[in-house]
Design a protein around this ligand. Structure first.
Ligand code: UDP
Length: 375
């Protein structure tokens, strides 16, 4: 059985599910309110410098999922890319994630791995056995000094609240290494699409059964015209924010240009709270295989997301749990619509996880329709 589905949002979720259904013979309409496909992964060449810009901030592809890696490689050429982040704090530049170089530089020592491990264990607050908050997680694993230099101020700026109010899970994204490995991620597959993310998503959407309409908001009243809707907009948006709004952070980017190499790396974080921005991205370093004399940089500022702003990071604050649970309950009870992706499920998803979930969702949908069940 086939029919006509509506994908609301032309980001990764919409594209991947849409493509799978199109290949299975479904008609797929994709709409997006913005003037481009790709959601927040969208990339475009800067008109002035020719540099490929990550318009909504840095996106680095990394995964352990071989199927996802094969999938993206079928749609574009990936170039080798390792994410090596630096951070400025207390008048010095340090290497992230916290590794042996960071620890030795910070404490002015020349410790070997075992010595550093013991030393950090001494700094750590071992009375915290089950860290719940971001701060507890940091104090437990790196101790107060490193926490205050690298995490406390940055996190306060990024999330607009004290690390005592944030879940430990946010910090669990970052490793601590007792060697000199400064690769930000430990995934097997890492890379950057040669021509940016937008052509990759364009290729995924390139199928005769798929029609993409941009600059168009989906009106829920239109849902009746489709056999099914996949909604990758904000979860609470589907319900017209009836119960209140789920909290997001949005980002503002202050663009500036330079002739030459401004900071010598793609991403420089600023660990201290009195520097108002969280990080500076020098986009040309995301494409080290290209040569550009000019450079374009973004100073990144994080703030609370208002109704007219683009949502980036779901906050998932402890006191939002009840509201989220109620929206999820309603979403599950809703017929004819599946909520997908970062906004649709209100989760902090990396690109590879988004694609994995989209593949799974598409397969579940097709399997259910095969057996005559609604999803
Ligand atoms: N973080 C920090 N200092 C840094 C980098 C990260 O305190 O220099 C914290 C911050 O709270 C951030 C979280 O660790 O939100 C996860 O970092 P990640 O680099 O994964 O953030 P993303 O790249 O997704 O913004």
């Amino acid at each position: 059985m086939t029919g006509h589905v509506m994908m609301v949002g032309a980001g990764l979720s919409g594209a991947v599910i849409g493509r799978m259904l199109a290949e299975a013979g479904w008609q797929v309409s994709v709409v997006d309110a913005r003037p481009h496909i790709g959601g927040n992964c969208h990339t475009e060449r800067d008109a002035e410098t020719g540099v490929m810009v990550h318009v909504y901030g840095p996106h680095i592809f990394h995964t352990d999922d071989a199927e996802v890696w094969d999938y993206v490689n079928r749609h574009t050429t990936f170039m080798p890319y390792k994410n090596r982040v630096k951070t400025t704090s207390r008048g010095q530049v340090f290497s992230l994630p916290v590794n042996l170089h960071t620890i030795n530089q910070f404490y002015g020592k020349t410790m070997r791995p075992d010595e550093a491990r013991l030393f950090i264990d001494e700094q750590a607050d071992t009375t915290i056995t089950e860290p719940q908050t971001f701060e507890e997680q940091a104090l437990r694993f790196v101790g107060r000094d490193l926490y205050e230099a690298f995490f406390k101020g940055y996190t306060q700026k990024q999330w607009g609240m004290a690390p005592t109010e944030l879940p430990a899970s946010i910090l669990k994204r970052l490793p601590v290494r007792f060697n000199y490995d400064d690769n930000y991620f430990f995934h097997t597959y890492q890379g950057m699409p040669e021509h940016g993310y937008t052509p990759m998503i364009e290729s995924i959407l390139d199928h005769e059964n798929i029609t993409v309409t941009l600059n168009t908001r989906f009106d829920r009243a239109e849902a009746a015209g489709y056999d099914h809707v996949f909604w990758s907009g904000p979860l609470d948006g589907w319900f017209d924010y009836e119960l209140g709004r789920l909290g997001y952070r949005t980002l503002d980017f202050e663009r500036f240009t330079y002739t030459g190499d401004w900071q010598g790396c793609a991403v420089m974080n600023y660990g201290e709270v009195d520097v108002p921005f969280t990080r500076i991205t020098e986009h040309k370093h995301f494409a080290p295989w290209e040569t550009h004399s000019g450079s374009v940089l973004y100073r990144e500022f994080s703030r609370a997301c208002g109704p007219e702003d683009i949502p980036y990071y779901p906050i998932r604050q402890v006191n939002e749990v009840a509201l989220l649970r109620e929206y999820v309950r309603r979403a599950e009870a809703e017929d004819g619509v599946t909520f997908v992706g970062r906004l649709g499920t209100y989760r902090y998803l990396d690109m590879d996880v988004t694609i994995r979930e989209a593949l799974d969702t598409g397969r579940r949908f097709l399997a259910a329709r095969e057996t005559g069940h609604a999803m």
